[in-house]
Design a protein around this ligand. Structure first.
Ligand SMILES: Cc1cc2nc3c(=O)[nH]c(=O)nc-3n(C[C@H](O)[C@H](O)[C@H](O)COP(=O)(O)O)c2cc1C
Length: 288
């Protein structure tokens, strides 16, 4: 293939008509007017607010069941299904516009189960038990964070993440960082007025970051954040623990965070680290 570029006309739905754009496959469950759970397949659904205001952006045709249900109930469950041709075949079937929630349920091979989330304002949509993970969301319609002045045909929903739940084995993989990944499908979209094109990905591999000061601080911050995202670490405090060998880092940071929380501290400073170190040394001396 030649490596020269050729300009492509930017058409409507450019992500699938004018380009190759890998997307997730998400079954959005919402509650229909009749109280039944509606299943709608969506790929245009991406992280939007990533720090503190955790949210997803969902783009839907304005007349979809999903859009109507979100406007009415403000709740949406984002179910990430695994790569499985039978499930994807059914996903495409459920993506055909014009069917009611009930008609779709008759066609669906998916198993709906109640969410364990405590219902605050009315019943929550059910979730899909075949899913690897589910983002349970509420629509933020305040327009203060996001307002899109586009065509009437497309609706953009800023969905605040209330909760993320995950199958136990994937939770273990996530927390341990054991290199195992779920096989989530990639959608290249509806490309030739005939087919949706899906793919599975190969086994992810790891590429180390280049060695350097920033990298090490970043690693400390990443691990500390994973242990407790509500405890803030200043750069200077990250720097103070950077020399701890990688294998001991998680344990050491967990201990520091536990100790800080016992003291009601949510911001780690070098002074706090010194205090914790002094206390540890004292305890060690007493036990020796
Ligand atoms: C894999 C897949 C991904 C899709 N992604 C989107 C999307 O991101 N936005 C959208 O408006 N429609 C998307 N569609 C089409 C919707 O699924 C279709 O409009 C369907 O009628 C929506 O169901 P609902 O009316 O029950 O919400 C997708 C369809 C499939 C099969």
């Amino acid at each position: 293939m030649s490596d020269g570029f050729i300009e492509v006309r930017v058409l409507d739905n450019f992500y699938q008509t004018s380009s190759f754009y890998p997307m997730p496959v998400i079954l959005v469950t919402t509650t229909s007017e009749s109280g039944k759970t509606n299943i709608g397949p969506y790929s245009l659904c991406f992280p939007f607010g990533i720090a503190e205001q955790h949210s997803m952006m969902l783009i839907s045709r304005s007349t979809s069941n999903t859009a109507a249900n979100i406007r009415r109930t403000k709740k949406a469950m984002l179910n990430f299904i695994p790569y499985n041709k039978k499930l994807l075949k059914n996903t495409v079937k459920l993506g055909f516009p014009g069917q009611s929630a009930e008609e779709k349920l008759d066609d669906s091979v998916f198993t709906l189960v109640p969410s364990s989330q405590i219902e605050i304002n009315g019943p929550l949509p059910e979730i899909i038990s075949e899913a690897v993970q589910v983002f349970e969301c509420s629509w933020d319609d305040s327009n203060e964070v996001f307002y899109y002045n586009g065509t009437e045909d497309e609706s953009h929903f800023l969905l605040r993440i209330d909760r993320i739940i995950m199958k136990k084995n994937w939770y273990t993989a996530l927390v341990d960082g054991n290199g195992k990944f779920p096989n989530l499908p990639i959608d290249y979209g509806y490309r030739d007025s005939q087919y949706f094109w899906f793919s599975e990905h190969s086994k992810p591999y790891k590429e180390p970051l280049p060695k350097g000061k920033g990298t090490d601080l970043g690693t400390v911050r990443y691990i500390a954040n994973r242990i407790d995202p509500d405890v803030h670490w200043s750069d200077e405090s990250c720097e103070k623990v950077v020399a701890i060998p990688r294998v001991f880092l998680k344990k050491a940071l967990s201990m520091i965070i536990d100790e800080a929380k016992k003291r009601g501290v949510t911001s780690i400073t070098p002074e706090i680290l010194d205090e914790i170190r002094d206390k540890r040394n004292k305890e060690k001396r007493l036990t020796n």
